[in-house]
Design a protein around this ligand. Structure first.
Ligand code: NOJ
Length: 542
């Protein structure tokens, strides 16, 4: 692997959701041997790094975000030796690997939690988590809700309650206890020693809870604590507590013991001015930009979130990241097929109005082409290079997301974006494996999105992504600077220059394509030459 202390500043990082990328042993669940067999295709795509969602030992109550052993691979996905092989091959291809760290909570099956249950009230074992007596015999210690629905407290036999901001199978660690810090520093070193290039840190904004665990004034199950104005900063007893910065600095000190490592926070913290504090020079290297993910495909909103991001992150010397899809949100080609979508985590089911697929494809491709030209690092979610839509008609009987169960199906949850991805149109399970098994059923329309249908096909989404990534690298756009081209910007057009490339996005009626060599465009069905149609993006060499 070539040395580069700044790789994360400009990298395109591809998220592998191990359950659904490729299945080597045919049991219907993706695994590391499956990943190994498909790594070359990621090299061809042109990404710089992979982020793996959890593959650690886990009862899989929240698809692996409930870890029972942080230093081992779950047999569902393979072995540590399989991981070493994937890492070695990725590195030989020039691809870095970051993995997930889940420090807010463990599985309830983790030995530390099991020991806490046994040890009893007031014990040091219980102090690794948040155990409390209730307000009275049947009332939990406070009014905190679980993000997945229902209450954030579960009562155990001796009458005490334990805290879980997510599912009851995911008890929250007590980060005021230095033993928790020690435990996770050891986990970081274990994987850094093995050679991983970094971590994505799960719900990094919830580790510290306000002293005394006070009631929340305004109940919301959103990850920011507010369903209303995302720019409004409201004090919240567990989202974005100031004390978390000490935890981050501790992580950073460990990362700094090694060369070229990076950590990215999953922090749904808004406004951006607050989130930027997370990436000060001695804190995380980067943080997901969920403000950008949540912005609609609209000229003014996009320009604002880009300006705010570059200003706020730039203000602390950090690059911004950009992201449109991941395993927790409705895939962006489907989101963009609607004027309005259900809120994050709620998902789309068969009873919801179905998407306008053509609109979603058009806008989704444009949104990606726009994003990949921005300076900074970009995250892609597996399958988006195929234009893969959300599975929006998944039947209730297949649902696995705890949100579905904790809300009695009222919020269908996130399974629709986690369905195994299609590789070959005519193979079993569309090439996900050779047996046809699939832990979530693939919808029939995935056939036409299969990689085999797009490879070498001019104008396909796969070829578009390849071209975008190639040109991005050629012009080093990730390390560039953005300058709006005011003469071309108006209510329905955005244009900026970055490193000798002019990027134009059209949100309204057709406009004349600015002069210059057309490097890449989303408009494969170009009918009138020299014109950029609505919801299309072009990259032009200056
Ligand atoms: C955020 C993860 O991305 C999500 O999938 C998970 O359910 C929660 N954190 C809890 O770990």
């Amino acid at each position: 692997m070539q040395k580069d202390a700044n790789w994360w500043r400009h990298a395109v990082i591809y998220q592998i959701y191990p359950r659904s990328f490729a299945d080597g042993n045919g049991d219907g669940m993706g695994d590391l041997p499956g990943v190994l067999s498909r790594l070359d295709s990621l090299k061809e795509l042109g990404i710089d790094a992979i982020w793996f969602s959890p593959f650690f030992r886990s009862p899989q109550k929240d698809a692996g975000y409930d870890v029972s052993d942080y230093k081992d691979i779950d047999p569902l996905f393979g072995t540590l030796a399989d991981f070493d092989e994937v890492l070695a091959k990725a590195h030989s291809l020039g691809i870095r690997i970051i993995i997930d760290l889940v420090p807010n909570h463990s599985s309830d099956q983790h030995p530390l939690f099991q020991a806490a249950l046994k040890a009893g009230k007031g014990s040091p074992e219980r102090d690794m988590y948040h155990f409390r007596d209730g307000k009275d015999a049947n009332t939990p210690p406070n009014n905190w809700p679980s993000v997945f629905g229902g209450n954030a407290w579960t009562q155990i036999e001796d009458g005490q309650w334990y805290l879980h901001i997510f599912d009851s199978s995911q008890p929250d660690f007590n980060w005021d206890n230095p033993k928790v810090t020690e435990f996770f520093h050891d986990v970081l070193r274990f994987w850094f020693d093995r050679g991983v290039d970094g971590f994505r840190v799960d719900v990094a904004h919830s580790l510290i809870k306000a002293p005394g665990l006070p009631d929340i004034e305004e109940i919301s199950t959103s990850m920011t604590g507010s369903d209303s104005d995302p720019q409004e900063e409201k004090p919240h007893p567990y989202w974005g507590q100031e004390g978390v910065h000490d935890v981050i600095r501790g992580f950073r000190r460990v990362a700094n013991e090694y060369e070229d490592r990076a950590m990215c926070a999953e922090a749904w913290v808004l406004p951006l001015s607050k989130m930027a504090k997370w990436v000060r020079p001695d804190e995380y290297h980067q943080t997901f930009n969920f403000g950008y993910l949540s912005a609609p495909w609209k000229q003014a909103e996009l320009r604002k979130v880009i300006d705010d991001s570059l200003r706020e992150f730039g203000g602390v010397g950090a690059p911004s990241t950009w992201v449109l899809s991941n395993h927790d949100v409705i895939r962006h080609v489907t989101r963009m097929a609607y004027d309005e979508v259900p809120k994050q985590g709620d998902g789309i089911g068969p009873d919801y109005p179905q998407p306008d697929e053509a609109r979603g494809q058009r806008v989704g491709r444009a949104a990606t082409a726009f994003m990949l030209a921005l300076p900074g690092s970009s995250y892609l979610y597996q399958g988006e290079e195929l234009g893969l839509p959300e599975h929006t008609t998944l039947e209730a009987k297949y649902r696995e997301d705890p949100t579905f169960f904790r809300t009695n199906g009222e919020r269908v949850g996130r399974d629709g974006c986690r369905v195994p991805i299609p590789w070959e149109a005519d193979a079993p399970a569309f090439g996900f494996n050779s047996t046809g098994k699939s832990w979530l059923p693939q919808p029939e329309n995935y056939r036409r999105y299969a990689r085999s249908e797009q490879e070498g096909v001019a104008g396909s989404t796969l070829e578009l992504y390849r071209k975008l990534l190639k040109v991005r690298k050629q012009f080093n756009l990730g390390m560039g600077d953005l300058k709006w081209v005011e003469d071309l910007c108006d209510e329905t057009t955005l244009a900026f220059d970055n490193s000798g490339v002019r990027v134009v996005a059209n949100f309204g009626s057709p406009i004349a394509l600015p002069a210059g060599e057309l490097l890449v465009t989303t408009q494969h069905d170009l009918t009138i030459e020299g014109v950029l149609e609505h919801d299309q993006v072009a990259w032009i060499r200056l």
